[in-house]
Design a protein around this ligand. Sequence first.
Ligand code: 13P
Length: 274
Amino acid sequence: MRERIVAGNWKMNTTPQEGVKLACAVAEAIASTNWQTRASASSAESRRQTPSSADNVTVVICPPATHLAIIGEAVKSSSVELGAQNVHWADKGAYTSELSSAMLEAVGCKWVIIGHSERRSMFGETDETVNMRLRHIVKTDIRPIVCIGETLDKRQSEQTFAVLEQQLKVGLDGVELVGREGVVIAYEPVWAIGTGLNATPEQAQEAHRFIRGLLSKMYGKDIADNNVIQYGGSMNEKNANELMACQDVDGGLIGGASLRVDKFLPIIKAAYSQ
Ligand code: 13P
């Protein structure tokens, strides 16, 4: 069965102190359940092994960059894995304000979000720069979560599939490592992000099935069948179950609801319940 990955994208929220408190609260809340986690099984080798159902959920938190080191330390012996919200494609150099994969690895990051729609709409991210980041990160031990999704405009003019195809084809161009040990795709319809208006399970499933079909054409059915495709966009404690019950939805990328333990935990529970 496919992995399910629930990742919290904290965006530009919390101070470092608040972040440590939140991260520890998430880790403690999970530890106090009887759910099993894949805590020590995040190597590519262990991901290739056939998992059982209960140990097949990974929980990731992606705090702001200023918090990564301190939160990495705080959660290092827990089942919660650490992720960053962006990474540069160069190893090092004169790139003011950017972060390299080596810096992220040094503070314990196992994940990184690439190509979030907020980066695309506000900070000039393009499918080409997504591809550059991705080509770099697949050579490291950090696993990417690549965000794709259409705007309301594009959905209303029936261009959703065309947008997804373009983002996926250009974004993944030349990237070999997909499937169980590689690139996670997050389908995040832009109109659903932070609006409280999530995609319906039917809309999500339709897009996810389309994405899996494209991956199948690009990489073959076996790889596509094993590739995690998360849903993101106003996922919350009320809709997580029905969204994750969709055949091709393998977890979630959560914004607002990941900032509160009482909202994030039921979403994690939904991933365990599938
Ligand atoms: P919300 O869950 O706040 O809609 O944000 C989703 C998102 O952008 C996650 O990356």
